[in-house]
Design a protein around this ligand. Structure first.
Ligand code: E4P
Length: 225
């Protein structure tokens, strides 16, 4: 499963990218509103920095305007993916953009039928938001399992990747992989949590301490053979 970072923060993207563990980035207008830089600078910097897909969101619900913005977004780089909200107007634009070779990420997907229509429109990525469903007492991961099982038998998953969005914690990441989703996008905070285990920290501290005592013993032998 690919790991994407869900942020527009250049420093956070750079840190994960430099580790070689980052497969892509998703942004949205809310995330961009939290940064100081101009959106254009942000988008082109991220597209240059990251090798994989970078989702840049369109900001209209009018088909022609979405298509126009989609062509503009592609100017940021060959890896720029056009993010489009899952509406009737949006999916019309997705069909046209994908037919002209421009990859789209259909966002704000909350139901299996929306995912199915997005796949039929030829979307490269579909983004079901699981955390926001959990927030309203619906099991978001059930939606991922349903979408994957619905699209798989008809080979839609060969063209369309299911990207699990609105991830809140590491268990979401584990379950997304188990459900067969191809991508998880997560806030930097959740990415950091994936590394952490208290027993690793305790174990490492002990090994380092014990190695110091081995070194001290060896040094002692050199002084008094
Ligand atoms: C995905 O592309 C979205 O940017 C994101 O996952 C939304 O998550 P949120 O519900 O935490 O805002």
């Amino acid at each position: 499963m690919k790991i994407f970072l869900d942020t527009a923060n250049i420093a956070q993207i750079k840190e994960a990218n430099d580790m070689g563990l980052l497969d892509g980035v998703t942004t949205n207008p809310t995330l961009v509103s939290q940064e100081k830089e101009d959106p254009e600078i942000l988008y082109s910097t991220i597209c240059k920095m990251v090798k994989g897909s970078v989702s840049v969101e369109t900001t209209s619900n009018n088909t022609e305007e979405i298509i126009r913005q989609g062509h503009e977004i592609r100017k940021y780089g060959r890896n720029a993916t056009v993010k489009v909200a899952c509406t009737r107007e949006g999916l019309k634009a997705v069909k046209m953009l994908e037919d002209s070779g421009i990859p789209c990420n259909v966002t704000l997907v909350f139901s299996p039928t929306q995912a199915f229509l997005a796949a039929k429109a030829g979307a490269t990525i579909i983004s079901p938001f699981i955390g926001r469903l959990d927030d309203i007492s619906y099991n978001g991961m059930d939606l991922i399992r349903t979408i994957v099982s619905m699209l798989k038998p008809y080979d839609y998953l060969k063209k369309t990747q299911v990207l699990v969005a609105s991830i809140r914690h590491p268990v979401h990441v584990v379950e997304a992989a188990q459900a067969g989703a191809q991508i998880s996008t997560m806030p930097p905070k959740v990415f950091d949590m994936l590394f952490k285990h208290p027993l690793t920290d305790i174990g490492l501290e002990r090994f380092l301490k014990d190695w110091e005592s081995v070194k001290a013993r060896m040094a002692q032998k050199v002084i008094s053979p």
